[in-house]
Design a protein around this ligand. Structure first.
Ligand code: NAP
Length: 493
């Protein structure tokens, strides 16, 4: 870990790309280390995904007390699961509390990053012209922030209001309207449960049904919040207990041992939820997936099955033929006349820091290095791109758990590499191509055997159909993040 006593005066110059959850984390940590850093944020506000997503029903399906920085527990959460604006307010509060805001340049979109081998430094170019030179780049630019529009004929011809979930507008006509909703991932399901009682009718276009994991939902009383304030160990008891962290570990064990008891338990929970919650047998069959639970990201919901049975909701399972000015035409000829069309159709999940152009050693580009799939060594560093740290980068763990937790572990790993720079023991670090190739070979072989690769489509799969994520257990990730294996790194003095 950082050995500040032996570090020479003069901090590392660092650029953090993105002021979302991971960028704010990196900023706090760099500030505590006494480094010289700037956060470049393309938008006018912090918050990343919580700034961009403002759709009705936006909730984080990770328990609120687990979706916080470990060093900044928060007694004030109103309920077990927090709503988007509450999470945004938490990050705003933390940003100010740790004095990060003056370090952020807003409306500063990074367009290019070029590694200068002779100087062992990055030149980071910002839209509009200026450039910043840095020893280190922290790519904290998020995963799910390039909205994906469905490839449906006539999409642009729709005459009513059309909106992607991540580009929500407050004036989207919902109340008393005929609304179409395409997509039933975590987003589409949350939107349905929030608008079904406001609309005249809601047609939910469901290409594939989803497994729904039943979860508890409850609010915290003023007395409980006062108790959390007085004794933060009560918060730890929620975030580190068997019900949450134990379940995460069993879940990741299940993902990697798909015929084992944990996965059987998850499948049974989901199956019973469907059987016991949906009263109409015809609707129940419409909602029954033909793939295994957890193959797509599990939907955690305490109310979806209840809300989808509301009389205003019609689940359309036919194939869409095309979109017309007045609505959606199905292949069987059915026409759904609509005022509003909501596209909860997900994101391009393979972009990461791109479209910024990243050029590493020998002029190689990240686009070329990632021609087959985005990849990073243990999800943090990239061969050929020295002093380049990714938080929530490719091949990291994904699932129904806190990505804050994952980013913190990745930071603890990366910080040990920064120590080498800070102590002037090395000028540059990057994983060797051999070590990375070995990692990817093992990862891909394991990924194909995870539940994500068991026969469904999802954003968890890369362009070749291989699960893009960490394929081992949560505990294996904790172990891997304890310390970098320095023999796997090219360290240039
Ligand atoms: P998503 O999981 O990628 O789901 C996209 C949906 O759109 C799917 O139902 C997909 O159907 C459908 N779709 C896409 N193209 C279509 C087309 N041409 N015709 C018909 N349907 C189409 O996207 P998301 O729901 O926005 O969620 C993305 C991720 O964001 C989640 O997995 C999660 O990681 C994160 N998220 C988290 C939370 C949270 O509470 N923590 C909440 C929201 C989102 P198919 O299944 O058939 O492809």
């Amino acid at each position: 870990m950082s050995d500040k006593t032996s570090a020479p005066a003069g901090g590392l110059k660092a650029v953090i790309v993105g002021a979302g959850m991971a960028g704010i984390l990196a900023a706090i940590k760099l500030k505590q280390r006494g480094e010289d850093f700037v956060v470049l944020e393309k938008a006018a506000r912090i918050g990343g995904t919580w700034r961009e997503n403002r759709y009705p029903g936006l909730t984080c399906d990770v328990p609120a007390h687990a979706y916080t920085y470990s060093f900044e527990p928060y007694a004030e959460w109103p309920a077990y699961y927090a709503k988007g604006p509450e999470i945004q307010a938490y990050f705003e509060m933390v940003t100010d509390k740790y004095g990060i805001r003056p370090h952020i340049r807003f409306n500063a979109e990074v367009t290019a990053l070029d590694w200068d081998e002779a100087a062992s430094q990055w030149t980071v170019r910002v839209a509009g012209g200026d450039a910043i030179v840095a020893d280190v780049v922290v790519a904290a630019s998020g995963v799910l922030h390039h909205p994906k529009l469905p490839d449906i004929a006539g999409l642009d011809s729709f005459a009513g209001t059309k909106v992607h979930s991540a580009q929500w507008r407050e004036d989207t006509p919902i109340d008393g309207k005929r609304v179409g909703l395409i997509g039933n991932g975590s987003t589409g399901v949350q939107i349905l449960t929030a608008i079904n009682k406001r609309v005249d009718k809601l047609v939910h276009f469901q290409r594939s049904p989803q497994w729904i994991m039943p979860v508890p939902y409850f609010t915290y009383s003023d007395e409980e919040r006062a108790a959390f304030r007085a004794d933060p160990s009560l918060i730890d008891a929620i975030r580190y207990n068997d019900e949450y962290l134990g379940a995460i570990k069993r879940f990741t064990d299940g993902i990697t041992d798909i015929d084992g008891p944990q996965m059987a338990e998850i499948e049974e929970y989901c199956r019973l939820n469907l059987e016991n919650s949906v009263r109409d047998p015809a609707l129940r069959e419409k909602l029954r997936p033909n793939y295994r639970a957890a193959c797509k990201r599990l939907i955690y919901s305490w109310c979806y099955y209840e809300e989808v049975q509301h009389p205003a909701v019609f689940v359309e399972t036919g194939r869409i033929e095309r979109i017309e000015p007045a609505g959606v035409r199905m292949v069987d000829g059915t026409f759904h006349e609509l005022d509003t069309l909501i596209l909860a159709t997900g994101f391009h999940a393979d972009r990461f820091i791109r479209p910024a152009g990243v050029t590493g050693t020998g002029g190689q580009t990240l686009d070329a290095a990632w021609a087959v799939r985005p990849t990073a060594y243990y999800a943090v560093t990239v061969p050929g791109f020295p002093n380049f740290i990714m938080l929530n980068g490719p091949t990291g763990p994904v699932g129904n758990f806190s990505l804050i937790d994952i980013a913190e572990m990745q930071w603890a790993y990366a910080e040990q590499l920064l120590d080498l720079l800070r102590q002037r023991k090395v000028r540059a670090f990057a994983p060797t191509a051999e070590a990375h190739a070995h990692y990817e070979e093992r990862r891909i072989a394991a990924a194909k055997k995870t539940i994500f690769g068991s026969g469904c489509t999802s954003w968890y799969l890369d362009a070749t159909g291989v699960p893009a994520s960490w394929p081992w257990s949560y505990d294996a990730f904790v172990d891997a993040m304890k310390a970098p294996v320095l023999e796997d790194y090219a360290l240039s003095a």
